[in-house]
Structure formats: C-alpha cells, structure tokens
Design a protein around this ligand. Structure first.
Ligand code: OAD
Ligand code: ZN
Length: 251
C-alpha cells in the first residue's frame, strides 16, 4: 500500500494535501471526534457557535484561551514536516487544512489554505480590526488578561478568528481550495473524519475531476469510500515511510 501511494505521489503533477485534527494528534493537540475528542467533553453548541458567544462570551473565551495555551506549547510532528518537505521538493502544491493550530505554518508550509481560521488570530465583532497574536507579540499578555478582550479601535468585543458552527467559511480560502481541488491530480487526505462540509468537498472534487485520493488515518472516515489507497496508520509513521519511498523513486 505504501509502495502504491509513493508511486502515485512521485508520478503526480499537481498534488495537494487536505488535513484535519488527526495530523496534529501526535503533537498532543486533541481531535474533535472519536476517542478523547473535544466534542465528547464539551458541547459544540455551548462553545463554538455565534449564539454561544452572544450568550456567554466569558465561557467561550475561557475555552479558546485554554486551547490557545495548549496549542502554543505543541510542536509540529513528522507529518507536518513531511508535507513542508514535499512542497520544497516541488511535488506538493498546497496544503488545505481544517485545523486552526498553525502547525503547518510552524513546520514551514508556504502555500497554506486555512478553511476554518486560525486560533492565534482575533478579530473585532463590529469593525474590521484583526490581529495575529503571534506576530504582534501580545500572545502571553492576551492569555493572562482576565477581562474580556476588547478592540483597540472601537472598544467592541474581540472574538477568535475561527469558523464556528453555522458560520460560512472565509470566501477567498474556500474558493482557492476548490480551485486547487479541481486542478489537482492527487490529494493526500490526512487525519480527518471527513464529515464537516463544505470542507469535505475538497477530496470529493479531486476524485470527481479524475484525481487520485490517498488517505492516511488509523480509522475509516467519510473519505475512505473514495480513497484509491488507504493507509490505516497514524500520520507521523505513514508520512515517514512514504517520504523514504518517494525519495527512493525520484532518486
Ligand atoms: P475530527 O476530530 O472529526 O477527526 C479526526 C480524525 O483524525 C479521525 O478520523 C481520527 O481517526 C483521525 N486520527 C486520530 N489520530 C490520528 C493520527 N495519529 N494520525 C492520523 N489520523 C488520526 O477532526 P476534523 O476532521 O479535523 O471545525 O474535524 C473537522 C472539523 O470539525 C474541524 O475543523 C472543526 C470540527 O468541528 C471547526 O472548527 C469549524
Ligand atoms: Zn473594533
């Protein structure tokens, strides 16, 4: 199976990756569904919806600050680095991720499409103010602050720049993801349950337009039925083996 995946990847002309929470599991970032998933312990409608934020912004901010703090201590793993290396080699053209954890960027991926936002970005609920806390150097201060975060321009509440249930995805990111999917002759699907739409259309578009689908996941997912090759394996181990084979093939 790995051999077959390596051949497809080495032969591809325009490969993309589509990733979900499972690629960051080995970095210690909890996934949403499945064993130990976040949505087992917390109800999404109480924490990750616009209504929840209107009802109880403190509770929502507490949850997001807890995740920000957990994620900022996490490091990219072998799978994130492998994708950055495949891009460097000219094989992978883009990484389309549902993750908000920034680990692809930390690993060095350049062409990164974030469909669900980024947990280290905040934005104003009224005006156009936005801030990337890692860049502004205010992350620690932000996490320490006990009061609700306010916009420095207009004083309204700030919110995490992530997509909540019931909200549309950022238009430009979604358009770009679909454009890439139409063009791709191969998609490497890693660590996603493949049940959240419209994101999950990405591998389906690749398949429908004649591309190949390689999936890496220790469990079957919503994508498995359309996978040409299914590597039932954790992301780090699978990507390491795959990289060795691909390098062997392209010499
Ligand atoms: P899920 O939590 O739904 O799925 C995680 C997937 O990762 C599952 O299929 C696991 O089997 C797999 N997995 C677990 N450990 C793995 C490992 N070591 N290597 C590879 N795979 C592993 O996460 P997503 O599919 O990303 O939305 O969820 C999609 C969206 O639902 C998220 O972006 C989030 C959530 O609600 C928003 O925040 C809008
Ligand atoms: Zn504002």
């Amino acid at each position: 199976m790995i051999e077959e995946a390596a051949k497809l990847l080495a032969r591809s002309r325009f490969a993309i990756a589509f990733t979900g929470a499972g690629i960051s599991a080995e970095s210690g970032v909890p996934t949403f569904r499945g064993f130990n998933g976040l949505w087992k312990k917390h109800r999404p409608e109480e924490l990750a919806t616009p209504e929840a934020f209107r009802r109880d912004p403190r509770l929502v901010w507490e949850f997001y600050k807890w995740r920000m703090d957990l994620i900022r201590k996490a490091k990219p793993n072998r799978a994130h680095y492998a994708l950055a290396e495949l891009e460097e080699m000219g094989i992978l053209k883009a990484v389309i991720t549902q993750n908000v954890d920034d680990l692809h960027r930390e690993a060095g991926t350049r062409n990164l499409i974030e469909l669900h936002g980024n947990i280290f970005r905040v934005r104003c609920t009224s005006c156009g103010y936005g801030e990337y806390l890692k860049e502004s150097g205010r992350l620690e201060e932000f996490l320490r602050e006990k009061d609700l975060p306010r916009c420095p321009d207009c004083g309204s509440l700030l919110r995490p720049d992530v997509v909540w249930f019931g909200e549309p995805l950022p238009r430009s990111a979604l358009d770009e993801a679909f454009r890439l999917a139409e063009r791709a002759d191969l998609v490497l699907v890693i660590g996603t349950s493949g049940v959240v739409y419209p994101a999950a259309y990405v591998p389906q578009i690749v398949k429908e337009t004649g591309g190949k689908v390689i999936e890496i996941n220790p469990e079957e997912s919503g994508i498995t039925p359309i996978a040409d090759v299914f590597l039932r394996c954790p992301a780090g181990e699978a990507m390491e083996k795959l990289m060795t084979r691909v390098k062997g093939l392209i010499g």
